[in-house]
Design a protein around this ligand. Structure first.
Ligand SMILES: N=CN[C@@H](CCC(=O)O)C(=O)O
Ligand SMILES: [Zn+2]
Length: 419
């Protein structure tokens, strides 16, 4: 099946194969073709060019995109989409003056979500999570990473990871799974946190690896959660089982998590709201990609990741949602790119690069998705008629998406199932 998309106002993020991420000043460039065509053959991008050099080959169907733009789907490399229930009561409590930390200290926060998830059946958890996944696909996400970490017992962590596996099987977008058993210390281990780490490392992790339920390992390396020593221990063991680190660091404090991550060859370090110059230097000498989560900063009123410092130091940067019930109850990558521009002073080109090709890199998917490249998966967004691509982050809160495609097929009725 060959479909020709013609009269595309602008075809965005056009790259040769081999560009797996963009760093520093490269992020200012968003290669594009104005007045373009693109040919999709089955589930792949087959070819593209300028309408001035029109496509003359055969095709089965033509779609006229007069005035509309086409860009690769968003690649959301950090989410916690699989969770049960919500935490809107904590939201109201924070408005009244309690802090995120105070709520966590009185047994709320991650432990609150874990209690709910433990009581929720696997089927119900799947149904709630599938609804969220369908919502974000409709918002233009075409590849996603999903973490466990709201189970905090062997049974509940494995339940979460089985739900992620089922989402992978049932939905037509690449899904990567991350084991985040070290997300918070359950209350029963409060006085002996080491025993919980022993459980995660000696019991749960080997089972996750045996059942091949996750590609990545994560830990919340933060004061009051897990130490650098815990991080080193976990990452050492996970590596032996073939799980690469993508870890939560520097959300509230810089305690040495970035160094530990880089020492263990982490694929990404995520959050980074609090950065020291030493942290920046360590990243400059590494292959680890920083990931910023601006919707979390908005929701918790905490600092934004210093994107300018990172990019101006020549580093790559990816943007992701962090979709979760506590710190970011939103999986909207369109809002993420707006916040990146408005609050982090990223240019529209930098934000779109960070949310597409660099997001794909942060999931080891940039040979498959993240740019308009011959041979890549035809996962893309068609915009409404908009004046320029800058309109996407500029018109924050506006839905500028006309339609989304996964594997060359248009999403019907808000559902990406069984395309
Ligand atoms: N910071 C750690 N984990 C999540 C939030 C967890 C929660 O509050 O439920 C995050 O990435 O923001
Ligand atoms: Zn997170």
């Amino acid at each position: 099946m060959k479909t020709l998309f013609k009269n595309i106002k602008q075809l965005l993020q056009v790259r040769d194969s081999g560009v797996l991420k963009v760093s520093g000043a490269e992020m200012k460039e968003l290669p594009s073709i104005s007045n373009a065509w693109m040919l999709v053959e089955d589930d792949r991008i087959a070819d593209f060019g300028s309408m001035n050099d029109a496509y003359t080959g055969d095709f089965d169907e033509a779609v006229d995109l007069n005035g509309k733009m086409l860009l690769p789907s968003w690649c959301d490399s950090h989410t916690h989409i699989v969770y049960a229930g919500n935490r809107e009561q904590e939201f109201a409590d924070r408005i009244k003056g309690l802090t995120y930390e105070e709520i966590a200290n009185r047994g709320g926060g991650i432990l609150n979500s874990a209690e709910t998830l433990q009581k929720t059946s696997e089927n119900e958890l799947y149904e709630q999570s599938a609804r969220r996944l369908e919502e974000v696909i409709g918002l233009g996400t075409g590849a996603v990473e999903i973490k466990s970490g709201y189970g905090l017992t062997e049974d509940a962590e494995l339940k979460m990871l089985r739900v992620i596996r089922k989402l992978k099987e049932n939905y037509q977008l690449p899904v990567k799974a991350t084991f985040l058993g070290a997300h918070a210390i359950p209350s029963e281990f409060k006085s002996e946190p080491k025993i919980y780490m022993d459980l995660v490392i000696e019991e749960i992790l080997p089972e996750v690896a045996r059942q091949e339920l996750a590609e990545y390992i994560d830990i919340f390396c933060e004061k009051g959660y897990f130490s650098v020593e815990d991080t080193n221990r976990l990452l050492t063991e996970a590596k032996k089982l073939g799980l690469k680190p993508k870890i939560h660091v520097n959300q509230f404090h810089s305690i040495g998590g970035i160094k530990a991550a880089v020492d263990h060859g982490a694929l990404s370090v995520d959050h980074l709201e609090v950065m020291t110059s030493e942290d920046l230097e360590i990243l400059k000498n590494s292959q680890t990609i920083p990931v910023a989560l601006p919707s979390c900063s908005l929701f918790l009123s905490i600092p934004y990741t210093p994107a300018r410092d990172l990019i101006d130091a020549g580093l790559p940067l990816a943007l992701a949602t962090d979709f979760n019930p506590g710190s970011t109850p939103s999986g909207n990558m369109n809002l993420v790119i707006s916040l990146a521009c408005i609050k982090m002073k990223m240019t529209p080109e930098e934000a779109i690069n960070a949310a597409t090709i660099n997001g794909a890199y942060a999931m080891e998917l940039s040979e498959e998705v993240g740019s308009i490249t011959r041979g890549k998966k035809a996962n893309f967004i068609v915009t409404k008629e908009i004046p320029s691509y800058t309109f996407l982050p500029y018109a924050f809160g506006t839905n500028s998406i006309d339609s989304v495609y996964l594997n060359g097929k248009i999403l019907q009725h808000e559902s990406a199932k069984s395309l």
